[in-house]
Ligand binder design. Structure first.
Ligand code: UDX
Length: 426
């Protein structure tokens, strides 16, 4: 596994756990040192234990020595980052191509080279061009990853599908053998062309982002028409053609994938002279949502933000991760600070560097501390520990305003407790 970021480390560890001999390579020696002393550089429930277990049993090793790793491996997974290029919507593939060149340098025997990183249509073709000097030694395939942060181990063990894209049929049986333990538990194995697999990843993420944005817009309509968006989502989701998942209205979607991948697929569309207008409007709608919800915060505080105390419960883009990438709090918090708000926040994954530059933003060690003397509590991330807070007891009957951006509580029970409760699409 080349790259011990999210995808490489989780997949590598899980591949080892189903019985393979796995070498995880990274050029960052600090990361490798940490991993060799049993510390995971990323926060993912269950990962530390799994790393330790497989490290001790010697199925999983960590190294900076890419030459040795390539020499010893039959299948090489490229799991390096494909971030958005600065000042562009497109992805930066330089890490992918750089490691391809190293693979070329050190390969002497036949290898299967797999892209697990999310890469646009035609990346496999470009990789083949780089490898052309030793063309016969390589089969280049695409095997996109569908892991969700916070649930990555479960997602690896019980995937809905395994997508393998190859232009050479004989490689499918090798990949089938690798994934057999997961197929035995019900995962579907889908074989397609390499370009097809590359697009499946982007199209899936863009579709899920569209589903969320769709329900977020329906939530706006529900707010105006006195309907509960949760009921609408349930009613829609009961239709198996629609499905109930990814229909939870909330803040703008964030994370390391949806924002990046939706932008990148529109660039691919433009390259192929195809206007992906739905995805383009999803991107716009999601950006607007950040402003829309911040304006709602202003409204809840009667447009007087200066010196108002606002407590954020959860600042990460989703629960069970410490990841702040593209979290809508990165827009909301600085905006409210600019207008004079004093912010306290508590997140179970700890203090965030992103907010350390603001004097009026303070990290607290627990819910109670964050909510003390506050004018408004904003529930931003749906961590488990925010789902059953006894607000009445906590605030001792003091009139309190809560803006629940994840619809964790029932409006009627909040009303009964005398809490001024605002939520999404209800
Ligand atoms: C996503 C894809 O789900 C995964 O398959 C892919 O490999 C990587 O990108 P991830 O970014 O980890 O995974 O998180 P996900 O659970 O998909 O949530 C993404 C964003 O959508 C979060 O901001 C989350 O809060 C939001 N979301 C999700 C909603 O607002 N409503 C929903 O119903 C689901």
């Amino acid at each position: 596994m080349i790259g011990t970021g999210y995808v490489g480390l989780v997949s590598g560890t899980c591949f080892a756990d189903i019985g393979n001999q796995v070498i995880c390579v990274d050029k960052d020696s600090n990361k490798i040192e940490k991993l060799n002393s049993g510390i995971s550089p990323i926060y993912e429930p269950g990962l530390d234990e799994l790393i330790k277990k497989n490290y001790i049993s010697k199925r999983l090793t960590f190294t900076t020595d890419i030459q040795m790793a390539i020499k010893l491996s039959d299948i090489i997974f490229i799991c390096v980052g494909t971030p958005t290029k600065k000042g562009s919507l497109n992805v930066d593939l330089s890490f992918v191509y750089k490691c391809t060149k190293e693979i070329l340098k050190y390969t002497k025997k036949k290898k299967i080279l797999v892209t697990k990183s999310t890469v646009p249509i035609g990346t496999g073709d470009e990789i083949e061009k780089i490898l052309k000097k030793k063309k016969r030694l390589f089969t280049v395939i695409s095997n996109p990853e569908f892991l969700r942060e916070g649930e990555a181990i479960r997602d690896f063990r019980f995937p809905d599908r395994i997508v393998i894209g190859s232009n050479e049929n004989k490689v499918f049986s090798v990949m089938k053998k690798l994934y057999l333990p997961l197929m035995n538990k019900g995962a579907k194995f889908f074989m397609t062309s390499r370009r097809g697999a590359e697009l499946i990843k982007y199209a899936s993420n863009a579709f899920l982002a569209t589903k969320i944005t769709f329900i977020n817009e329906i939530a706006n309509l529900c707010e105006k028409s006195n309907i509960d968006v949760k009921d609408v989502a349930i009613g829609m989701g009961l239709d198996e053609r629609i499905g109930s998942r990814f229909l939870r209205a909330g803040p703008a979607y964030g994370g390391s994938c949806f924002p990046k991948d939706t932008k990148a697929i529109t660039v691919t569309g433009d390259i192929f002279k195809t206007n992906l207008s739905i995805i383009k409007s999803v991107i716009k709608s999601n950006e607007k949502r950040k402003i829309f919800l911040t304006n709602r915060v202003k409204k809840i505080l009667s447009n007087k933000i200066k010196n108002k105390r606002i407590a954020f419960l959860g600042v990460t883009f989703k629960p069970n991760t410490d990841d702040m990438r593209e979290s809508s709090t990165l827009f909301m918090v600085p905006f409210l600070v600019k207008y004079g708000a004093k912010i306290t926040y508590y997140d179970p994954s700890g203090e965030k560097e992103e907010f350390s530059k603001y004097k009026s933003v303070l990290f607290c060690n627990n819910i109670r501390e964050a909510c003390q003397n506050t004018d408004l509590v904003i529930i931003h991330t749906d961590w488990e520990e925010f789902k059953a807070i006894d607000f009445k007891k906590m605030f001792k009957n003091k009139k309190i305003k809560i803006f629940d951006m994840r619809n964790l509580y029932s409006p009627s029970s909040m009303k009964k407790q005398g809490i001024l409760y605002y939520s999404i699409g209800r």
